[in-house]
Write a protein that binds this ligand. Structure first.
Ligand SMILES: [Fe+2]
Length: 223
C-alpha cells in the first residue's frame, strides 16, 4: 500500500521535527502495512527550496534503511497562478518525478476556480491530485465530478473517517466513485499520526469494491 501524502521529511515544514519522530512515523507505516511513502513537504511560491528538499531527502534515505518502506520525494503544492511555470522549471516538485502533482487550495477564498485550475494543469501534461477535499465541505459534489472530468484526481485524508462530521462527505464522494486516494497527511507520531484503521474499516464495510484500489499493492502512479 502507498501513502501519497506525508510530512515525514524531518525539519522542513510543520511536519516531523526530527529524525527520531520520523523513525516513529516509519514504524507506524510498517504496522499499517504501508510499504511505499511519498514525502510531500509543503511548497508554495514563497517557499520553494527544491535543492534543499532533495538534499534532506537523500540524507533521510541514508538514515532509515532499516525500515522496509520505499521512500519517494514529492511535495504538497499550494496553488498559485504560476504553478505550471514553477513545475516546468523544476522549482515545484512532482510526486516521485512522475506527472502526478499533489495540490492544495486556499480554503479562505471562493473555490469555484478549482476545476479550471485542474484543467490548466492537465492541459500542461500533469495529473493534479487535489489534497484533502474534506476541507471544502461547502464545495458541491458535482464540482468534484467536474474536477475528475477535467483530468484531476481526488484525495481524502484517512483522519476524516474518524470524525463523524466528515463522514457524510466521505460517503457521498465514495458513493459517487470520486475518491482516488486516501492518504495519511501525517505530520507527527502523536497528533496527526499515521492511522488508516477508521478509513479501512469504513471502506471495507460500506464500499468493499474500492478496498483494493485504495489500500492494495497497486497504485495509479505505477510505483
Ligand atoms: Fe499536507
Amino acid at each position: 500500500m502507498i501513502d501519497i501524502h506525508s510530512h515525514m521529511l524531518p525539519g522542513v515544514d510543520d511536519g516531523s521535527p526530527s529524525l527520531a519522530v520520523t523513525k516513529n512515523i516509519l514504524a507506524r507505516y510498517v504496522e499499517e502495512g504501508v510499504d511505499k511513502v511519498i514525502c510531500t513537504p509543503h511548497q508554495h511560491s514563497d517557499l520553494l527550496r527544491p535543492a534543499l528538499l532533495k538534499e534532506r531527502f537523500a540524507e533521510l534515505q541514508r538514515n532509515v534503511s532499516e525500515f522496509p518502506v520505499g521512500l519517494y520525494l514529492g511535495a504538497e503544492l499550494y496553488y498559485c497562478e504560476n504553478i505550471v511555470d514553477l513545475l516546468a522549471s523544476g522549482q515545484f516538485l512532482t510526486l516521485a518525478g512522475t506527472k502526478y502533482v499533489l495540490v492544495e487550495f486556499s480554503t479562505r477564498h471562493e473555490m469555484v476556480y478549482i476545476p479550471d485550475a485542474v484543467y490548466e494543469l492537465s492541459v500542461a501534461g500533469y495529473v493534479p491530485i487535489v489534497a484533502h477535499i474534506e476541507r471544502y465541505p461547502y464545495f458541491p459534489l458535482k464540482q468534484w465530478a467536474e474536477v475528475r472530468e477535467n483530468g484531476g484526481l481526488i484525495q481524502l485524508n484517512a483522519s476524516c473517517f474518524a470524525k463523524k462530521e466528515n463522514l457524510g462527505l466521505a460517503k457521498k464522494a465514495l458513493k459517487g466513485g470520486l475518491v482516488d486516494f486516501i492518504a495519511s497527511d501525517a505530520h507527527g507520531d502523536v497528533h496527526r499520526r499515521v492511522d488508516f484503521s477508521a478509513a479501512k474499516s469504513f471502506v471495507n464495510k460500506k464500499f468493499p469494491k474500492y478496498s483494493d484500489a485504495l489500500f492494495g499493492s497497486q497504485n495509479a502512479l505505477g510505483l
